[in-house]
Design a protein around this ligand. Sequence first.
Ligand code: ADP
Length: 243
Amino acid sequence: MQLGIRWRKLVCRNHGRASEITYQQRFVNDVSHELRTPLTIIRGYVDILERYGVEDPELFKEAVTSIKTSAQNMQSLVENLLFFARADQDNQPLIKVPVDLDELLKNFVEAYGSPRVHVTKLAPCKILADAEFLKRMFTAFLENALQYSPPDKPVTIELTTSDDAATLKFIDRGIGIAKEDCEKIFDRFYRSDKARTKLENDKNSVGLGLSIAKWIADRHDIKISVDSTLGKGSIFALKIPII
Ligand code: ADP
């Protein structure tokens, strides 16, 4: 039974952004909208279990899996919101120390453990950074590169250096991003229509990963550029000051 899929399709995904609504109203709107989907799924499965009992093992398994995933999605949403709550109140302290970026990246990719990820260039360089925040930023770019490209396509990471900066690239051969979306993808809760369709049934996507990554990049004077072609893939390039 594919009840989860049916319910997800029932949930209205139209944000209806009127230009005069305030930032706060929109934020509350977006959060409520994102919470409604997992809550609808949980509510629906609980109703079904109540009505049909737990005798059907297939249905029981589907219900438990969907309830668990929905709870995880809500948890990750709440954690991201707490990040912004602290960031907006200047209560998100960074502890910057000299870091070997190549070492950090190498360890990060090893720990991430995806066979699809290939590091093709790894120039040694030192930067001033909070390593934990940097890893969080890498995760956002890498997860997107993997999720927005077919499972048989590799994702390439390159770290090169020039006189005063390192350039770190996340390169995928995925769905790509339309020109008009490139400016908006770093906004909180922004997701392209293509991404919504692709991930409707398989990923918790709320459009917060890149806004968190941008917040971290700004705190490290890192400039992000996006070069993308629809249907071909994307390159997210980070220009990082070296010491
Ligand atoms: P999420 O992935 O949770 O939707 P993000 O903030 O990480 O949120 O990304 C915002 C949007 O940017 C995505 O919904 C997608 O439309 C687009 N995007 C980001 N990275 C990529 C990528 N590598 N390929 C295609 N689209 C991407």
